[in-house]
Design a protein around this ligand. Structure first.
Ligand code: MN
Length: 250
């Protein structure tokens, strides 16, 4: 079994080091990850410059590109062999609700969908000053990836996994969830560069707005490992009949 591991925090991040170690007993693990933190890169490809794959050590590769670049290169010809699945993470921070649209961690898993096997994105729900139980998230990743490899689920499945930041023994269990939705993010933080020109920092994401029972937010808040099946189809199917009638009136 050949497992591709990537992330968006960079190839030297603690989370990917833990994930690589946790999955090593399950197969041959190859890491291909960005050379630096590319959190928030989403599903982006680098098309204006060529990309190089550097080997930091056997099995550990980095690319001056996005998480999507890394997985795309890895499964589309940079290696002489085929991968069986992709695992991404362990992200330093939650990827809940609409985070998945921006997340490079989730994007890396999504890029692996062409493999025809479920792919898994794992995030640890850290917050500033929290304990950062990467060891717990690594055990969760091992358990889930092992299960995915042994018991075939929907082959097109992308699992978005969020682990509460607490010791493994204190996790409440696994919960299947749907994505919630966040409140609008905080305003951008304005500053001035040394020449007096305005610059802006993107502010933090909003709190959970749609965060009731059944959502990923709710599961994590109650100590459960949240497991959300994602699909790529962004079509708002319920609006299709209304839209058809609306278009007829044009
Ligand atoms: Mn990240």
């Amino acid at each position: 079994m050949k497992i591709l591991v990537s992330n968006d925090d960079g190839y030297r991040a603690e989370g990917i080091t833990r994930l690589r170690a946790a999955l090593a007993p399950l197969g041959e693990v190859t890491v291909v990850a960005p050379d630096r933190n590319r959190s928030g890169a989403g599903n982006s490809l680098t098309l204006d410059v060529p990309l190089r794959v550097f080997e930091a050590e056997p099995g550990l590769h980095y690319v001056a590109g996005t998480p999507t670049d890394c997985v795309h290169l890895a499964i589309s010809g940079a290696f002489a062999f085929e991968f069986d699945m992709v695992a991404s993470g362990i992200n330093d921070g939650a990827n809940l609700g609409d985070d998945v649209l921006y997340s490079g961690t989730v994007a890396a898993a999504i890029e692996g969908r062409f493999l025809g096997l479920p792919t898994v994105a794992v995030s640890l729900c850290t917050s500033p000053g929290s304990a950062r139980h990467f060891d717990a998230a690594a055990r969760v990743a091992h358990t889930l990836v092992s299960a995915v490899l042994q018991r075939s689920l929907d082959p097109a499945l992308i699992l978005n996994v969020n682990v509460p930041d607490r010791p493994y023994e204190e996790l409440a269990g696994y919960a299947s969830t749907r994505l919630g939705f966040r409140h609008r993010s905080d305003a951008v933080v304005a500053a001035r560069d040394p020449r007096g020109n305005p610059v802006y920092w993107i502010g933090p994401a909003g709190e959970g707005a749609d965060a009731g029972a059944g959502t990923d937010f709710h599961a994590v808040a109650n100590g459960f490992v949240s497991v959300t099946p994602l699909s790529i189809d962004l079509t708002r199917h319920v609006v299709l009949p209304t839209l058809a009638r609306w278009l007829e009136a044009l």
